[in-house]
Design a protein around this ligand. Structure first.
Ligand SMILES: Nc1ncnc2c1ncn2[C@@H]1O[C@H](COP(=O)(O)OP(=O)(O)OP(=O)(O)O)[C@@H](O)[C@H]1O
Ligand SMILES: [Mg+2]
Length: 299
């Protein structure tokens, strides 16, 4: 897989505030890469540096193996802040103006309007658009020159659930067309739903990076009960047990890495214990995210 973006040691200081600290990551072609982190963790600053609008204090990055040049810049479309659209002009006219500014042909306008589902409203004035439609027009504008990479900063901020769902569908469609997408979000749910890979930033530090589905494969907890008196001891004997808590009606067993509910079931069965209740619960991305954050308290 071709490396689209490679970042090494990227750092940004605003006076005494270190907004981004020694960031290293790689984005490969076709990934939907999520930068996840709480407010102020350095996501927007990172995207700003990658787009060449914020000067790094240190470190390097390459797009397509090259340090930033105008040629490379044309392969990247970005929706960083709300772009300037003219309220009294239609969506169509606004895109024509943007194409002029970007020095790209207007041929692509019908395609991008179709992609963001604004074709039917293209001749309506921008000021009559809903927030979701405005955001979709911004995405359309970023796609005008058919970039290889699309960068989005908090693409669903401020939208209602319907608007959020629409934007997510559009992001998936764009990814399915083969584009690489890098998006910043503070929403776990968003990253889980649309991203293939993600990085977690905390106060400018990268504290985790990897595929999204691997996170889902994380450690399990198993709810278990059986009609034996010493179940607690038996469960403690199981080599896959990391810890046990007693809940009302069952024990909750946190499993060590690599152990599954079925391993525990087999262990019990070998001891002639038949479970009356055995339910495997995967950690949600949210739990894992909180675990990752709390296991990095020093940063
Ligand atoms: N122009 C600036 N001048 C001074 N400090 C800045 C500037 N831009 C960002 N910062 C600081 O850098 C840190 C990172 O901010 P940044 O906007 O990159 O975070 P973020 O992860 O995008 O947050 P949010 O989720 O709120 O958008 C914050 O402490 C912020 O106050
Ligand atoms: Mg931000």
């Amino acid at each position: 897989m071709q490396t689209v973006l490679s970042v090494d040691g990227l750092t940004k200081d605003f006076g005494r505030i270190r907004a981004v600290n020694n960031l290293a990551l790689e984005v490969k072609a076709g990934q939907v890469f999520g930068m996840l982190g709480p407010n102020g963790s350095g996501k927007t600053t990172t995207l700003g540096m990658l787009m060449g609008v914020v000067n790094p204090s240190g470190g390097l990055f390459t797009w397509f193996g090259e340090t930033q040049t105008n040629q490379v810049r044309k392969k990247i479309g970005a929706v960083l802040e709300h772009p300037i659209f003219y309220p009294y002009l239609s969506g169509q006219k606004n895109l024509e103006l943007n194409a002029l500014i970007k020095q790209c042909p207007t041929d692509n306008i019908p395609n991008v309007l179709e992609l963001v589902e604004l074709s039917a409203r293209k001749d309506h004035k921008y000021k009559t658009y809903s927030l979701g439609m405005k955001q979709r027009l911004a995405i359309a504008s970023a796609l005008l020159n058919d970039p290889t990479v699309l960068i989005l900063d908090e693409p669903t901020n401020g939208l209602d659930p319907m608007g959020i769902a629409e934007i997510r569908e559009i992001i998936k469609k764009i990814a399915a067309n083969g584009k690489t997408i890098i998006l910043a979000s503070h929403l776990l749910d968003e990253v889980q739903k649309v991203c293939t890979h993600f990085a977690i930033l905390q106060r400018g530090n990268l504290i985790h990076t990897g595929p999204v589905d691997e996170v889902g494969k994380g450690t399990e907890t198993v709810e278990v009960n059986a009609e034996v008196d010493n179940l607690n001891e038996i469960l403690l004997d199981f080599s896959g047990t990391s810890s046990i808590t007693k809940e009302s009606g069952f024990y909750r067993v946190s499993m060590r890495d690599g152990f599954r509910g079925k391993d525990l079931n087999r262990f019990l069965f070998d001891r002639n214990v038949v479970a009356t209740h055995l339910v495997t619960k995967k950690k949600t991305l949210e739990q894992q995210f909180l675990d990752i954050l709390s296991s990095n308290p020093q940063k």
